[in-house]
Design a protein around this ligand. Structure first.
Ligand code: ZN
Ligand code: ZN
Length: 234
């Protein structure tokens, strides 16, 4: 095929894909209810989470150094759980949690791609943040674990457990939103954010999303499982 015809065909394919992306974006934006408040969506779960961390911290008494080991341990388990949930729930349609896939792969990944990661409007926070009940559900699942530890006489471990899991969930929300903020935004210039953003932006390449860079927070488990994308791996 002559080069000119090939280029025209590739351009046509790219344009078709961009058209499709625009249509998905328009549809997703049209479905955002008029009462939606981006600030409330961010601040409500964040406030509940921070209140949980403060309340748990107030339960701490005479913390022994070995008790603090639960913090990196729970952080690592959370990082592995995030990796697994992203790979197996957000990128595979798994009943009864199909809604997680539907919001992530055909919507979030369709709208935001490596070369176009930024939200265009604050209302598009809805296409990035976990639904507010998602954060509360994660808290509701972890708090009983902390209560059980407290009932077993490990009050400090229970408090540190809930503090770590809650911090983890909040950091996921804040970091993911930071990666999708415009490049010239205040948070986009935070030290470290650019590196983590690049890791996530690579995951947003449609050809790479099923295999690489599943950690949205710090890519520890991507490193453990060898799923950190390197240019030479392609
Ligand atoms: Zn994303
Ligand atoms: Zn993904």
């Amino acid at each position: 095929m002559p080069d000119l015809a090939r280029t025209a065909l590739v351009d046509h394919g790219v344009n078709l894909h961009e058209d499709m992306r625009n249509r998905v974006r328009e549809k997703a934006n049209a479905e955002i209810p008029s009462w939606y408040s981006p600030l409330l969506h961010l601040l409500f779960p964040s406030t509940v989470g921070i209140a949980c961390i403060v309340l748990a911290a107030m339960q701490l008494r005479d913390v022994k150094p070995y008790e603090l080991l639960i913090v990196p341990l729970v952080y690592l388990i959370s990082n592995a759980a995030e990796w697994r949930a992203h790979k197996y729930l957000l990128h595979k349609r798994t009943p009864p949690l199909q809604v997680l896939y539907d919001r992530h792969t055909p919507q979030h990944h369709m709208i935001f791609v490596t070369h176009d990661m930024s939200i265009r409007d604050r209302r598009e926070w809805r296409l990035v943040l976990i639904p507010f009940y998602g954060v509360l559900t994660i808290l509701a699942v972890t708090v009983p674990g902390a209560i059980l530890l407290a009932l077993a006489g490990e009050r400090n471990l229970g408090a540190l457990f809930v503090m770590t899991t809650t911090f983890y969930v909040l950091s996921y929300e804040w970091l993911h939103l930071a990666y999708h903020m415009p490049l010239d935004s205040f948070v986009g210039k935070f030290p470290g954010i650019a590196t983590l953003r690049k890791h996530h932006a690579t995951h947003h390449d449609p050809e790479l999303m099923q295999k690489w860079n599943f950690n949205v927070t710090v890519p520890i488990w991507d490193w453990v499982r060898g799923t950190t994308y390197k240019e030479r791996a392609r």
